[in-house]
Design a binder for this molecule. Structure first.
Ligand SMILES: C[S@@+](CC[C@H](N)C(=O)[O-])C[C@H]1O[C@@H](n2cnc3c(N)ncnc32)[C@H](O)[C@@H]1O
Length: 218
């Protein structure tokens, strides 16, 4: 049964678009027939239920915790490093989770080109790469363009949850949301220790402060 209390967000044959499934390999990596057309969520997930996306899911601790804890939601993990995608895939397969899928993609491309309008109930952006050097800041995931596409793809009353240990990036994130005019800030969600991401565990162990925010679609 789905836990009560505060919420944070709320197979087809491999020849077409499908998770790579076979008797020997119960992979949850999703491979679309075309990466140039919007995703068909019915082909991605087995059940039609709210969709939450973890952008930059890393080693997947949060993603897998969320999928286990909220079986009545679907979770898509997005990660550009193949090694990490495979690692999460193995863990998801071992856990027998059928409400989680993974894609190895560039997050901005996914959100701007592949996510259908008004179809995502929550984006999780947890400890995104901070790109601290000024000349690299254009690589930051959260930007005015990203927020336009994020808002377009979100259902009414949906949310973006962000967390970072990097104070300057946190201020940048807050400014970007405020200036976009497309979101309203609300209280960040408090999650149990089991929900910590892999990077979060390291930062907390090192005594770093974690900054969190949650923005609702207007
Ligand atoms: C600092 S790690 C945080 C991982 C995880 N969210 C956590 O908190 O443990 C950032 C992750 O995002 C991935 N990443 C960074 N930029 C990305 C992008 N544009 N598209 C997809 N993945 C990205 C990195 O490969 C890395 O695994």
């Amino acid at each position: 049964m789905e836990p009560t209390g505060q919420t944070f967000g709320a197979a087809e044959p491999a020849s077409s678009s499908s998770p790579v499934r076979g008797n020997a390999s119960p992979s949850v990596i999703y491979k679309a027939a075309s990466w140039f057309e919007p995703l068909d969520w019915q082909a991605v997930f087995e059940r039609s239920q709210p969709i939450e996306i973890d952008l930059g899911c890393g080693k997947g601790s949060f993603l897998l915790w969320a999928a286990r804890t909220y079986p009545t939601r679907n979770f898509l993990g997005v990660e550009r490093l193949l090694r990490r995608v495979r690692r999460v895939d193995r863990k998801a397969a071992r856990g027998g989770l059928n409400n989680v899928r993974l894609v190895r993609l560039e997050a901005m491309y996914l959100v701007s080109k592949l996510i259908p309008d008004e179809s995502v109930s929550t984006y999780h952006i947890l400890f995104p790469d901070p790109w601290p050097k000024r000349r690299h800041q254009a690589r930051r995931l959260i930007s005015p363009d990203f927020l336009v596409d994020a808002q377009r793809t979100m259902t009414p009353d949906s949310a973006v949850n962000c967390a970072t240990d990097h104070e300057e990036y946190f201020e940048w994130i807050q400014r970007a949301f405020e200036r976009s005019g497309r979101f309203a800030e609300t209280e960040p969600v408090v999650l149990p220790p089991e929900a910590q991401t892999d990077f979060e565990k390291e930062f907390v162990a090192a005594g770093k402060q974690v900054h969190r925010c949650r923005w609702l679609k207007r």
